[in-house]
Design a protein around this ligand. Structure first.
Ligand code: GSH
Length: 93
């Protein structure tokens, strides 16, 4: 199973949009992923909160349930070939 890219549903927005930065980095690195879209409104992201303990996207979820947050971190690790588990676990669980 591929990793999951959790991002907002604003897929038409590109440029410096954090979710696009993360998605493009995975695409550029040739990393396969399953895209999971969430509400563009942070208050409506209870599913993200349940997974990570916070409501921001983008984030990459690994098969082991750990994850990496922040578009810049995702992009750096994707480009460096170091986007691998284990990542973080929910800080508030
Ligand atoms: N520093 C974070 C920022 C993430 C961010 O702002 N994500 C947007 C979606 S692309 C978001 O969650 N916006 C709604 C909000 O902050 O309430 C990153 O680069 O990943």
């Amino acid at each position: 199973m591929a990793i999951k890219l959790h991002r907002c549903s604003g897929t038409a927005i590109k440029g410096r949009h954090p979710c696009w930065v993360a998605q493009k980095a995975l695409d550029d690195a040739g990393i396969e992923y399953e895209m999971v879209k969430h509400s563009p409104l942070r208050p409506l992201r209870g599913d993200v909160k349940q997974l990570t303990g916070q409501k921001k996207v983008p984030l990459v979820e690994f098969e082991d349930g750990t994850f990496v947050r922040d578009s810049n971190v995702i992009a750096e690790r994707a480009a460096a070939g170091t986007l691998q588990p284990p990542g973080e676990t929910a800080p508030f669980s």
